[in-house]
Design a protein around this ligand. Structure first.
Ligand SMILES: [Zn+2]
Length: 497
């Protein structure tokens, strides 16, 4: 009796196969897979029950529901399969009826679903195999610390790093966008920060800057990155693995630090190997990609792009709030790395923090985070307006959160830095490497000087606070194209203006 209400299994099985296949082809980390997969499979289970019930009387309606769901999630090959199997069965029935043979022994509908179940099982086996062999599931080995730090943990300062994604250099804001950021710099100065006047990143992309910074090395010196894998997805995953295998967090953990990662919607950059991970529950970049990819999702965000913009706003504010809420635990200093996905595009905040509507190009002709002016279909003035409004609001939020943090942990080392510039021009351009850098280093004023770059942040910190001797580097810059992050080419920057 109950059996007829069990969900038709080919629907959830094909949905799982499709979702896992998309995940394998993406760059997303494993922790980003479960939520969208559960939602998709949940809907497929409900539809599977409906299909089971309907199929007993209306075979074609059941087939149509299955095919429509496959189309809705963009799985048109599966939709086609469902239709083909049903059509084949109908044709066989038709021929038999014409030849006036006896009715088919087995109910035709049952045979259709049996074939679809077999196809679904085969599809599942294929995607599970390709997932297992793709490198998307990473098993991190033990982290090898290049040197032990000589730390008196109870008295060592907490170290809080805030990656402000794409925060332009002060000069860039002034010269390219007509924006004077000195009020923010003054507020940082009042709180004990030194702002570097000419900081440069070594790379033009988030993961490259982070990997090099946390390894304290140029990428070609990092073993895990020595041989680039084939393709964008595999190289991106290689970088995420290198970040999580990096020595800096391991050295600090060995020295008695509690390590905390505050992730953004871009989980590829999250230090998942930290002791504690603070994530926002808002939409991940992988989920946004899935929505754009699936027919139903693309329609939803095409009709209501504001849904995505609001998720992005909340995600940014969750990250900054999590940073402000950090504190030192009794007896153990904290090392935290927070990834704030702002002021990077999309420009979603006005200067007063009110919501700014997403650009008209999204999602049809630009991605959510596309930074290049030429691809956004707006004027240079509109770009400047969006960027500087977002910077203005972010500055206010940051000062508020810094005050909250310093109240809880007055002796903290706090470093605000960007991983690359705004990247509003097509690359490679000098602006991509011109960055923001401000550091509060109690008892070590002026530690970083004006020309710091990410690769030397930890060698200098460890030297100043723990007396460790780690090599610093001659400044170099290398530019990576969008589609092959590990295939970098060296760039020569023009001297400071
Ligand atoms: Zn970035």
């Amino acid at each position: 009796m109950l059996r007829q209400f069990l969900p038709e299994p080919y629907l959830p099985a094909l949905t799982t196969a499709w979702g896992v296949g998309l995940f394998t082809a993406s760059t997303a980390p494993l922790q980003d897979l479960w939520r969208p997969l559960l939602i998709g499979v949940g809907i497929a289970v409900v539809l599977g029950v409906i299909v089971r019930v309907v199929a007993q009387r209306h075979r074609w309606v059941a087939v149509a529901i299955g095919a429509a769901w496959m189309l809705a999630i963009g799985a048109w090959p599966f939709a086609l399969l469902v239709l083909l199997v049903a059509l084949w069965r109908a044709a066989v029935d038709g021929i038999r009826a014409r030849q006036a043979r006896s009715p088919v022994r087995e109910a035709a509908g049952d045979q259709v679903t049996r074939i679809l179940r077999a196809i679904a099982a085969a599809a599942l086996a294929v995607v599970v195999f390709s997932l297992a062999t793709s490198g998307a599931i990473r098993i991190d080995g033990p982290i090898v610390s290049p040197a032990a730090l000589d730390v008196e943990a109870p008295s060592a300062p907490s170290i809080y790093l805030v990656l402000l994604d794409g925060y332009p250099a002060t000069d860039t804001l002034e010269a390219d966008f007509g924006f004077d950021n000195s009020a923010f710099l003054d507020r940082l100065d009042e709180r004990g920060f030194d702002v570097a006047s000419s900081s440069h990143s070594n790379y033009n992309r988030t993961l490259l800057t982070l990997a090099s910074m946390l390894h304290m090395e140029y990428l070609e010196e990092i073993e895990e990155l020595g041989t680039p894998s084939d393709g964008f997805s595999a190289q991106t995953r290689q970088l995420s693995a290198a970040i999580n295998q990096s020595p800096v967090p391991g050295m600090l953990a060995d020295a008695g630090y509690r390590t905390v990662a505050i992730g953004s919607s871009y989980g590829e950059a999250t230090l998942v190997s930290a002791d504690e991970i603070v994530d926002s529950p808002t939409m991940t970049m992988f989920e946004e990609q899935l929505l754009r990819y699936t027919t139903l999702g693309a329609w939803i965000i095409g009709t209501w792009p504001e849904l995505v913009a609001e998720q992005h706003r909340r995600g940014v504010l969750d990250t900054t709030a999590a940073f402000g809420a950090l504190a030192r635990e009794a007896g153990a200093p904290t090392f935290a790395l927070a990834h704030v996905f702002s002021p990077h595009t999309p420009f979603v905040f006005n200067a007063d923090g009110s919501p700014r509507p997403p650009l008209g190009c999204y999602p049809r002709s630009c991605g959510l985070t596309t930074p290049e002016l030429a691809r956004l279909g707006i004027s240079a003035d509109e770009y400047a307006d969006g960027l500087t409004a977002q910077v203005t609001y972010l500055n206010d939020v940051l000062v508020e959160e810094i005050d909250r943090l310093l109240e809880a942990d007055p002796d903290a080392v706090v470093i605000l830095f960007s991983d690359h510039g705004a990247r509003y021009e097509d690359g490679p351009a000098d602006e991509h490497f011109r960055t923001f850098f401000a550091a509060r280093t109690p008892a070590q004023d002026g530690l970083f000087g004006d020309h710091v770059s990410p690769i030397d942040v930890f060698p200098r910190l460890f030297q100043a606070y723990f007396g460790a001797t780690l090599p610093e580097h001659e400044y170099r810059a290398a530019w990576a194209p969008d589609d092959a992050p590990l295939e970098t080419t060296p760039v020569e920057l023009t001297p400071d203006r």
